[in-house]
Design a protein around this ligand. Structure first.
Ligand SMILES: NC(=O)c1ccc[n+]([C@@H]2O[C@H](COP(=O)([O-])OP(=O)(O)OC[C@H]3O[C@@H](n4cnc5c(N)ncnc54)[C@H](OP(=O)(O)O)[C@@H]3O)[C@@H](O)[C@H]2O)c1
Length: 246
């Protein structure tokens, strides 16, 4: 049986948990051969086993994306891919006086520099083969001022801007580059920061609720697919709507 992603290979960063795990499992179920990336080998092995149990093909590669050498090693280990999902990300909330240089730097390193290095290492191959899709995972906090999220929002705003640059840089050679700006989503990461932050963000959306992982996965997989063949340089809002003033 031919599935939508049959014959394609995909690298999904941060695929050991949350949104990335959901994307990896969906792509594997749709026929892609998936490189599941994360840091934690136990979590990675579980996702690989889940993908296999559902009839998909996956393997795990570990790398710490705050280390540029490790990012390049990941790209090398992934090899030629048709789909790159820059999902891995960190979000730590603090007021500006409590935002240290280390905290700012690690947000920029994981959320912006790692995607840049992966695009630089993997997308020229896609362009040479004449096809490929890149999807970044951004946030509502990149475009709406969000309390305590100066460093986080800035790192994702950088990702959104680079998305548009990459779309221009590689579009003529058959590679589409887009992003999804997610709102509050129930994931292991947000469970750790506690329900208050999620509930506060959810109150500031039109739909007024927290999203489930699958609702964001759906949008990412769509942008990675040929169904989105005429879409590039777009940031798709998947955050429950921005309320009007008044
Ligand atoms: N959840 C939300 O409400 C929400 C909203 C908007 C945007 N987003 C964005 O969506 C993405 C996924 O969020 P999530 O909530 O699903 O995440 P999560 O549950 O916290 O999982 C994070 C994933 O990223 C990996 N990761 C984190 N730091 C890493 C590092 N330094 N090196 C390598 N891998 C690293 C983790 O791997 P290990 O566990 O193996 O270390 C894990 O697979 C992020 O980019 C986030 O900013 C999330």
């Amino acid at each position: 049986m031919t599935l939508e992603f049959s014959g394609s290979t995909a690298l999904v960063t941060g695929a050991t948990a949350g949104i990335g795990r959901g994307v990896a499992l969906r792509l594997a179920a749709l026929g892609a051969e998936v490189v599941v990336h994360g840091r934690d080998p136990e979590r990675g092995a579980r996702v690989v086993a889940e993908a296999g149990a559902a009839g998909g093909r996956a393997r795990f590669v570990s790398a710490d994306l705050s280390d540029p050498g490790d990012v390049l090693r990941l790209a090398e280990a992934a090899g030629a891919v048709d789909v790159l999902v820059n999902n891995a990300g960190i979000y730590r909330f603090a007021g500006t006086p409590d935002t240290t240089a280390e905290m700012f730097d690690v947000h920029m390193a994981v959320n912006a520099r790692a995607p840049l290095l992966l695009v630089g290492a993997l997308v020229p191959g896609m362009a040479a083969r004449g096809r490929g899709a890149v999807v970044g995972v951004s946030t509502l906090a990149a475009s709406s001022p969000t309390r305590g999220a100066a460093a986080y929002g800035a790192s994702k705003a950088a990702l959104e801007l680079m998305t548009r640059v990459w779309a221009d840089e590689f579009g003529a050679r058959g590679v589409r580059v887009n992003a999804v700006a997610a709102g509050p989503v129930h994931t292991p990461g947000t469970a750790e920061i506690g329900g208050d932050v999620l509930a506060t963000v959810a109150r500031n959306t039109v739909l007024g609720r927290v999203a489930e992982v699958d609702e964001v996965v759906e949008a990412i997989v769509f942008l990675a697919s040929d169904r989105a063949g005429y879409i590039t340089g777009a940031v798709l809002d998947v955050f429950g709507g921005r309320p009007a003033i008044g």
